[in-house]
Design a protein around this ligand. Structure first.
Ligand code: BES
Ligand code: MN
Ligand code: ZN
Length: 500
């Protein structure tokens, strides 16, 4: 994991990253944005011009330096008096990604306040990621990401500087954990190994000394205690399901929230088998579970004074003679029955169990202040919002607004989506309390309406559908690598911080 430090002394590094922007005006011109480091801009700009540099986001240009070995220019887009935090994050991330093979780099970008410094640090740390666990003979061809990040800033010795550096390290560490879990294929990640990995992480984060407790229900306990959703989805697989529960109890918490994450370690579609293409990304179907576990660890590591109950229903949705058949009826924890018309709509079944249980348990013997579920729930999410914008649905507009402003601050793109009442009857079943599929059009909203049935009225609830954004099937960009992205972690963390 990369370490982050802030410095206000002369650059003592082999690699220096600075910004490159383009000026508005009649003729095209570039401007170097190197914070408070002075460079020989005249000769550099003429070299950059010769190279047809644009200063666009995701453009990274490297030149040999004088006082440093390598000067790296990262595009900021249009010249601004102040750049948004997300522009800085992405520019630092793009540069960081291009520096695999180097050990360290110093980033000097325009950072007029400490939060901008944090954004640069965060982007740089998030970009310093690669997933080579399963590279065999070609492993040595893949160079390591940078491990030492220095952000050059006059704020280096101010109050709050240390905390900002630490926060960016924590964000990167736990975003990378989410990415690793998502990238790990189902041959190496199933409900049992997911639990083992998280248990190790909890121990590494200090375990009970940090206020963390973990408990797990196995398939026998799940069956005996009436978790028909998790059991029904998991019963077709040789890898049995689990319900993982992490509890974080700080002293004097300012509120308590449950986080529930969909943990399908592989979604074949079950007997509604997905076509080949539709199955390729389905190792990412535990992205919600990974995010809520990792953010709980991040919250505990930062010692935030908010109680968290994280619930990860884990199962593998497979095809076999024991798999749930279309038309089977399962009983969700708490007694509601569901006709499983389509075993590929499995996420909502495991989430329903976990939502009901999370509400029943509350936090420290008291009711929750809110509950957030995170799920790679529907293909319809990607149809509606594309690959980089996640959806948020709710029963409480005020709660959603708090979350959306935290998401905005964190640089993650979330967009509010409705839960139209007229779609609800499409989930009626002639033989059970509910069917697991309804109207096809607005499928993301129908899934949200299904989940709402398992949340008591009056309890503020958010449903985050991160189906496409959780897994980047395109090219890397900004601080986002290929594969698992870690999305929702930063929004939830920033939301929890906003409560304190
Ligand atoms: N895991 C999928 C949703 C998904 C699709 C995530 C694409 C990421 C990328 C989910 O379990 C699913 O299969 N949903 C079905 C629901 C339908 C049967 C109502 C879907 O969206 O097609
Ligand atoms: Mn499915
Ligand atoms: Zn799924």
């Amino acid at each position: 994991m990369p370490t982050v430090k802030l410095s206000d002394t002369a650059v003592n590094d082999a690699v220096l990253v600075v910004g490159l922007a383009k000026k508005d005006g009649r003729s095209f011109s570039l401007v170097i944005e190197s914070g408070d480091i002075t460079l020989d801009t005249k000769s550099l700009l003429s070299a950059l011009k010769d190279m047809a540099a644009t200063g666009n986001p995701d453009e990274v240009i490297k030149l040999p330096g004088n006082s440093v070995r390598l000067l790296v220019f990262t595009g900021l887009g249009k010249k601004k008096a102040t750049y948004s935090h997300e522009t800085l994050r992405r520019a630092a991330g793009a540069a960081s990604r291009s520096l695999h093979g180097n050990i360290s780099a110093t980033f000097s970008l325009p950072t007029p306040d400490l939060d901008s410094v944090g954004a640069v640090a965060e982007g740089a740390a998030l970009g310093a990621y690669s997933f080579v666990t399963f590279m065999g003979s070609t492993k040595s061809d893949h160079s390591k990401p940078i491990s030492k990040i220095t952000v050059h800033t006059s704020f280096a010795k101010t109050k709050g500087a240390k905390a900002i550096a630490k926060r960016s390290e924590v964000i990167a560490t736990f975003s990378h954990l989410v990415r690793d879990l998502v990238n790990t294929p189902p041959s190496h990640l199933n409900p049992i190994s997911f639990v083992e990995i998280i248990k190790k992480e909890i121990a590494g984060a200090g375990g009970s000394k940090s206020g963390l407790k973990v408990s797990v229900l196995d398939e026998k306990q799940l069956r005996a205690q009436g978790y028909g959703g998790i059991t029904g989805v998991g019963q077709g697989s040789a890898n049995p399901p689990r319900l993982l529960h992490i509890s974080y109890s700080p002293a004097n918490p300012k509120g308590s929230y449950a986080l529930v994450g969909k943990g399908i370690t592989f979604d074949s579609g079950g007997l509604n088998l997905k076509p080949g293409l539709g199955m390729q990304a389905m190792k990412s179907d535990m992205g919600g579970a990974a995010a809520i576990c990792a953010v709980t660890l991040a919250i505990a590591t930062l010692k935030l004074p908010v109680g968290i109950e994280a619930w990860a229903p884990l199962a593998e949705n497979m095809v076999s003679d024991t798999a749930t058949r279309p038309g089977d009826i399962v009983t969700i924890y708490g007694g509601k029955t569901v006709e499983v018309l389509n075993p590929d709509a499995e996420g909502r079944l495991v989430l329903a169990d976990a939502l009901v249980r999370a509400v029943e348990v509350g936090h420290a013997g008291k009711p929750l202040h809110g509950i957030i579920d995170v799920a790679t729930l529907t293909g319809a999410q990607g149809i509606a919002l594309g690959t980089r914008t996640s959806a948020v649905m709710t029963n409480d507009d005020e709660f959603r607004q708090l979350f959306l402003s935290a998401a905005d601050q964190s640089g993650e793109s979330f967009w509010p989506m409705p839960l139209p009442q007229e779609l609800r009857p499409s989930l009626d079943s002639p033989v059970a309390d509910l069917a697991n599929i309804g109207e096809r059009l607005g499928g993301m909203l129908v899934a949200g309406l299904f989940l709402r049935e398992f949340v008591p009225e009056g309890l503020p609830w958010l449903h985050l559908d991160i189906a496409s954004p959780a897994y980047n099937e395109g090219a890397a960009h900004g601080y986002t690598s290929v594969g698992g992205t870690g999305v929702s972690l930063r929004s939830i963390l920033t939301f929890v911080e906003s409560l304190t």
